[in-house]
Design a protein around this ligand. Structure first.
Ligand SMILES: [Cu+2]
Length: 149
């Protein structure tokens, strides 16, 4: 009997984690007691960008949406971690907000206008790897020019 309960718990846990990255839908059904906390979900995905200014633009774009608890873009990993209330917004809205602010995400590419509106130093390379582990920094593009002069 214990085994059955255990495996049900495991299945439930697996179900929850696999839903995390997608948009929710199925999660609402089971847990109603903790609805306040269960409405929060974490998302992390790749976003291209260069510098601290990019960081603030990207995070500002995300924070302008409803239901965002936190947004943190990592300049080295080219990756953002967002914590949000999925009853108020969803993953696609976050991707779109970032793209609208001028930055490529894993799912939504920036429009040319939005990209061209970025300050010169922020016009990142569209070939840039994103969502990096942080360990593989060595494959650097040696011709990379920091147009500072
Ligand atoms: Cu920048």
């Amino acid at each position: 009997m214990k085994k059955v309960i255990l495996s049900v718990a495991v299945i439930a846990a697996l179900g929850l984690t696999s839903c995390k990255n997608e948009t929710k839908k199925e999660t609402e059904s089971s847990t109603t007691e903790m609805s306040k906390e269960m409405a929060m979900t974490d998302l992390s995905f790749g976003v291209r960008g260069n510098c601290g200014m990019c960081k603030s633009t990207i995070e500002k774009a995300v924070n302008s949406l409803d239901g965002i608890a936190s947004a943190n873009w990592d300049v080295d990993k080219k990756k953002i971690d967002v914590s949000f209330d999925y009853t108020k917004t969803d993953a696609m809205a976050i991707h779109k907000a970032i793209a609208a602010s001028g930055y490529d995400t894993e799912k939504v590419a920036v429009s040319e206008e939005a990209y061209n509106a970025l300050p010169g130093c922020c016009q990142y390379d569209h070939e840039m790897m994103m969502n990096q582990s942080g360990e593989m920094k060595s494959e650097n593009h040696s011709h990379h020019d920091h147009s500072k002069v």
